[in-house]
Design a protein around this ligand. Structure first.
Ligand SMILES: NC(=O)c1ccc[n+]([C@@H]2O[C@H](COP(=O)([O-])OP(=O)(O)OC[C@H]3O[C@@H](n4cnc5c(N)ncnc54)[C@H](OP(=O)(O)O)[C@@H]3O)[C@@H](O)[C@H]2O)c1
Length: 159
């Protein structure tokens, strides 16, 4: 499909094309395609609870100037096993105020979009109040590399 998509782009029938996966088993193949083709974007899973791409796919996307859309920034729909299931009864840590986050959803989204390779995060919800909460995560300060490392440490030891 990639040559077909390249032709469509050349003919100005599409503006961008890219590839997507939610399967870690396809990351090696994805990286091979990222090295061999002029992709405009990729889409992969990434959350504070699922950081595999942070040291593989994301640095390559930065190096190749490929846009990155993030699937499942809350770790996907997993009921009580979801990221929210792990933190919903915990108060926000003090450092949440340093990034103007007023909910766990905002903490989790700010963590994802602050990765330097990430272009945008696609969060899913069935509830208007969650949509409103998530949109607020697009405002205010974002964590720098030091705070992101602190967030990971907090997550790994507490959540
Ligand atoms: N291209 C691909 O291969 C691929 C694969 C997977 C996903 N995706 C895309 O990625 C997007 C997100 O995926 P996803 O919905 O599976 O995962 P997600 O965004 O990581 O998680 C959604 C879960 O978080 C909950 N949630 C959302 N906002 C919340 C809030 N503010 N407070 C508390 N809970 C909240 C939702 O519950 P409520 O419904 O109750 O809000 C739902 O259970 C979708 O657009 C999906 O199509 C693409």
């Amino acid at each position: 499909m990639i040559p077909v998509l390249q032709e469509l782009k050349h003919a100005k029938r599409i503006r961008y094309f890219g590839i997507t996966t939610s399967s870690p088993g396809q990351h090696a193949q994805m990286m091979d395609l990222m090295r061999r083709h002029p992709l405009d974007f990729i889409q992969v899973d990434y959350s504070i609870d699922n950081r595999e791409v942070a040291t593989s796919v994301l640095p390559l996307a930065q190096e190749r100037h490929i846009g990155v859309l993030i699937n499942s920034p809350f770790g996907g729909r997993r009921g009580a096993a979801s990221v929210f299931g792990r933190v919903s009864n915990r108060p926000l840590p003090d450092w949440a105020a340093e990034i103007d986050a007023q909910s766990w959803a905002q903490v989790l989204l700010k963590y994802v979009v602050a990765h330097p390779a990430v272009t945008c995060a696609l969060s899913g919800t069935t509830q208007l109040k969650h949509l409103d909460d998530n949109q607020r995560g697009a405002r205010g300060r974002l964590p720098d590399a030091t705070l992101r490392a602190r967030m990971e440490k907090y997550w790994d030891s507490n959540a």
